[in-house]
Design a protein around this ligand. Structure first.
Ligand SMILES: Nc1nc2c(c(=O)[nH]1)N[C@H]1C(S)=C(S)[C@@H](COP(=O)(O)OP(=O)(O)OC[C@H]3O[C@@H](n4cnc5c(=O)[nH]c(N)nc54)[C@H](O)[C@@H]3O)O[C@H]1N2
Ligand SMILES: Nc1nc2c(c(=O)[nH]1)N[C@H]1C(S)=C(S)[C@@H](COP(=O)(O)OP(=O)(O)OC[C@H]3O[C@@H](n4cnc5c(=O)[nH]c(N)nc54)[C@H](O)[C@@H]3O)O[C@H]1N2
Ligand code: SF4
Ligand SMILES: [Mo]
Length: 718
């Protein structure tokens, strides 16, 4: 043993699917990580982590980690496994897949993944090359922001939009369906700085969230009606002549048609739709237009209903209408990820996709596994990594019944025995961020980060890059793709010659840990002061020329596949598409299920990550639902009552929190609790529909009707 203890600090970056991508410093003593903290020098993340990650070493060393390959030794779902070797595991995978391919063809194999880790190497696209080479079914992964991306590309193009740091220069800030303090914490100081300089903060959210409590003006809105609000704002702005004429004339397309279109959205009519008074709609529109620079930050929930795509279209038109783009601190912020010059195709290898290969949208997992979609060939094997579909996917009961299928060969690469992994035939151990190398983009700021390996992998865990090297070798793929070391993959994956990376090298990143892209400073960055939109016309397209091609999903979300697409028609002008499930639009359903449920992110979980770890569980408590006092009284529900939430798709049980911070008619069920740790072995996605929103095949979590009753005591039930 070493006599003196050796202590080093390694520069790393938080791996999670969170806009902040915090720079982390890992203290390592004698090969063991003893603490993580934020890097105080990072201009965006400024030294703090968050309640999820500030004890990340506990995740790494959790006694519940999966550290060796496991094979099933009991019925599916019971979590009974026995250890076996990596060699045996990959041989079993090869034999089973060879048999399946021989009988059904390779599309009987379904890869299933998302952003368990967000690194460019180990994240979204790490398995794409392998599965494209294998010829498996292509996964269309529209988990998050796909509808908003489609809408944003149609309106503005793949522009980073506003620099999140420039918010400190904003005078009027609208956080629209975004709970910054819980989900984008490190953006908050920039908003607070603007506020301290007199900016007004408006939060549009059906719930008085942590963020809404800090707002100057919280505007509760009925879920799924935001497009109507945006259209009414445009109605007021145009009819009161609050537009920036010169900007509209020079840098936008389709103003006359837009003017026509918004006439149907008077504040009076939209008040009935949204539940916001006509006066408030007018005030919001006037203040937004005349207090420049004004900015809109959209969250993911804005896309989660039947008309989510058109909602983002409408919101994305607003800044051009009022000329907000002219000044630093004005515009709209969706995902600044488009500033990072990543060569996605080097990771996805779309050149390996055989023409005509089947694409399956991942929201359809349950119906697909149960053969409701009558797939030919049926899905005979699923390979899950970076995802926990048993919790995060709608129609949970169907997902579980599908995973229970004896004839389905399921492999799950995981750090923990999640609700999904419990149904696996084989579980493969995955490393955490401290045990791997990666390079990270961000979808919440403009810094490229390097994550250096801090400790050796525990047990037999491997990074996802190594997982696919092993699988490729086993399947006899000898392409250079899988002969590269991780650092080589990183060098190949970025366009180091692009202007955005000028002056940034791997050596610099190794020394400093992160670097700001060369896109100007937060005090000077005005990408669209003079138009320069990245649309076909170069203008902000109120009337979208891309609508002529119909609905589409970015190839990034479909393993690089561009072959498409359903050709579903798309309105070229923004419009309000009402929710499918709401009392106002579906009275028949509402008679049975009168309450609308939404399932935003939990403060202490990161999607379903940490839903099993003691500190975060202590913070979150048992699975809860928030109910408005009037709805609670009508149902005899008190604070702390055990309740059952249900609709035709399924049910789950939770503890009621009675709160006036929730609109009447609404139930809030935070996402991230684990099925296996919950009282009725189900969570909110048991109730969610797998129907798509209008654009980008976004989900419709906020477009769901339910009923809530007092839960029967366990013994009395059934
Ligand atoms: N703590 C924490 N942080 C996270 C995550 C996490 O799980 N936990 N997940 C990360 C990921 S993957 C993502 S995508 C981001 C998402 O971060 P956000 O965009 O903030 O997403 P949500 O929390 O789902 O929803 C934001 C707000 O929208 C409201 N809302 C729901 N439906 C509607 C509607 O129809 N209209 C309006 N106006 N508001 C609505 C909800 O009440 C909620 O307060 O967070 C990231 N950060
Ligand atoms: N009702 C409802 N459903 C939702 C949402 C909602 O707001 N409401 N949010 C949606 C959104 S925005 C998103 S982004 C998705 C998130 O969906 P997912 O990306 O599936 O998110 P997680 O539940 O965090 O599951 C990620 C899993 O990957 C594992 N993992 C982490 N790192 C690694 C690694 O390096 N290798 C491997 N092999 N595994 C790893 C983690 O342990 C975890 O179990 O959920 C969506 N589903
Ligand atoms: S989850 Fe988000 S806020 Fe928390 S440490 Fe990671 S990047 Fe930062
Ligand atoms: Mo997400």
């Amino acid at each position: 043993m070493a006599s003196a203890s050796e202590r080093t600090v390694v520069r790393a970056a938080c791996p999670h699917d969170c806009p902040d991508t915090c720079a982390m410093l890992v203290t390592v003593e004698d090969g063991r990580a003893v603490a993580v903290r934020g890097d105080p020098e990072h201009p965006f993340t400024r030294g703090g982590l968050c309640v999820k990650v500030n004890n990340y070493e506990k995740r790494v060393y959790s006694p519940d980690r999966v550290l060796h390959p496991l094979k099933r030794s009991g019925p599916k779902g019971t979590g009974q496994f026995e250890r076996f070797s990596w060699d045996e595991a990959v041989e079993m995978i090869r034999d089973r897949w060879t048999g399946i391919i021989g009988k059904y063809g390779p599309t009987a194999i379904l890869p299933y993944s998302y952003l368990g880790t967000e690194g460019i190497l180990n994240g979204l696209n790490v398995g794409d090359a392998f599965f494209n080479r294998l010829g498996a079914t292509i996964s269309e992964r529209t988990f998050c922001d796909s509808g908003s991306c489609t809408a944003y590309f149609m309106t503005i193009g793949p522009s980073p939009g506003m620099d999140p740091e420039s918010f400190k220069h904003s005078k009027y800030i609208i956080l629209w369906a975004c709970n910054t303090i819980s989900t984008n914490l490190h953006h908050w100081p920039f908003i607070a700085e603007a506020k301290s300089k007199g900016a007004k903060l408006v939060v549009i959210d059906p719930v008085k969230t942590r963020t809404a409590r800090e707002a100057d003006w919280h505007i509760p809105i009925r879920p799924g009606t935001d497009a109507a609000l945006a259209m009414a704002m445009m109605n007021v702005i145009i009819s009161e002549d609050l537009i920036d004429r010169e900007y509209v004339e020079n840098y936008t397309e389709g103003f006359e048609e837009l003017r026509e279109r918004v006439q149907a959205y008077s504040p009076e009519r939209v008040a009935d739709i949204t539940g916001i008074s006509p006066q408030d709609i007018r005030t919001l529109a006037r203040e937004y237009a005349t207090t420049q620079p004004s900015v809109i930050r959209i969250g993911v929930a804005i896309e989660r209903h039947a008309g989510g795509g058109q909602t983002v279209r409408a919101a994305a038109c607003l800044p051009a209408l009022v000329g907000a783009w002219r000044r630093v601190g004005g515009g709209i912020l969706q995902l600044p990820i488009w500033a990072f010059p990543v060569k996605w195709e080097t990771l996805m290898r779309p050149d390996w996709i055989k023409p005509g290969t089947r694409v399956l949208n991942q929201w359809r997992l349950g119906p697909a596994l149960l053969d409701e979609d009558q797939l030919d060939p049926p899905i005979k094997s699923s390979f899950v990594y970076n995802s926990n579909p048993a919790v995060v996917v709608p129609e949970q009961d169907k997902v579980i019944r599908g995973l229970e299928r004896e004839d389905l060969f399921t492999v799950v690469s995981e750090q923990f025995l999640t609700d999904t992994a419990r149904y696996a035939d084989i579980v493969l151990p995955a490393t955490t961020q401290l045990e791997q190398f990666d390079i990270m983009f961000s979808w919440g700021h403009l810094y490229l980060s390097l994550n250096q390996k801090a400790i050796e992998p525990l047990g037999e865990a491997v990074p996802n890059t190594e997982l696919f090297r092993r699988l490729a070798r086993t399947m006899g793929f000898d392409d250079r793709q899988w002969q590269r070391r991780d650092e080589e993959i990183a060098l190949d994956a970025l366009d180091w010659a692009s202007p955005a990376l000028q002056g940034i090298t791997m050596d610099l990143l190794k020394e400093k840990g992160w670097a700001r892209l060369n896109v100007g400073t937060p005090d000077t960055y005005v990408p669209h002061a003079a138009g320069n939109f990245l649309t076909p016309s170069g203008k902000c397209e109120f009337k979208a020329s891309m609508a002529a091609n119909g609905n589409f999903v970015l190839p990034l979300f479909r393993q690089g596949s561009n072959e498409f697409q359903a050709g579903e028609p798309v309105d070229a002008l923004p419009t309000y598409i009402p929710p499918r499930e709401s009392p106002a639009t579906n009275a028949r359903l509402a008679a049975k299920y009168p309450l609308n449920v939404i399932s935003p992110k939990s403060h202490a979980f990161l999607n379903s990550c940490y839903g099993n770890l003691p500190a975060q569980l202590h913070h979150a408590g048992e699975q809860v639902v928030l109910v408005n006092p009037r709805d609670a009284i009508a149902r005899n529900i008190g604070e702390g009552s055990a309740v059952r939430i249900f609709n035709d798709r399924g049910s789950f049980e939770a503890i009621a929190k009675v709160s006036a911070e929730v609109m009447q008619g609404l139930v809030v069920a935070p996402l991230g609790y684990w099925r296996d740790l919950s009282r009725a072995k189900a969570t909110v996605n048991a109730l969610s529909p797998s129907a798509y929103a209008d654009l980008g095949r976004a989900p419709t979590f906020s477009d769901t009707l339910v009923q809530v009753t007092i839960a029967q005591p366990a013994a009395a039930a059934e």
